[in-house]
Design a protein around this ligand. Structure first.
Ligand code: 5GP
Ligand code: ZN
Length: 107
């Protein structure tokens, strides 16, 4: 936990979010400014700043996030999705806690 980090504060429930799913390793919540009919953020519970900071020992979280995306796809009845990671300031990253945007369409 990094208590200066917005998403760590959401994980800690200091800041409310519309939580779709949570387990020991990840949280899934709705983006406050949705860019698609469904816009979820999938984050690891471990504070990792960017995709480039994922180490060998953390690699399994990436495949786990893909599995969670598949589950949300089925649960929300999606017909298509984009799974997006913005990495680094130049890559459009604004919150420096690793996250994947799940943009989904239902029709
Ligand atoms: P990034 O640009 O870092 O890839 O994406 C950060 C995302 O976090 C943005 O899509 C933004 O709308 C979302 N966001 C920023 N602040 C909050 C917040 O307080 N709550 C929620 N649910 N989403 C947020
Ligand atoms: Zn964090």
């Amino acid at each position: 936990m990094d208590m200066n980090c917005l998403f760590c504060k959401i994980l800690d429930k200091q800041i409310p979010a519309k939580i779709e799913y949570e387990d020991d390793n990840v949280m899934v919540f709705h983006d406050i400014n949705p860019k698609a009919p469904v816009h979820l953020l999938i984050i690891p519970k471990k504070h990792i700043a960017t995709m480039m900071d994922v180490t060998e020992e953390d690699l399994s979280i990436i495949s786990y996030i893909h599995k969670i995306a598949q589950e949300q796809y089925h649960k929300l009845g999606l017909k298509g999705m984009r799974l997006i990671n913005n990495c680094g300031e130049k890559g459009g990253q604004e919150v420096f806690h690793l996250h994947y945007h799940l943009l989904g369409w239902t029709e």
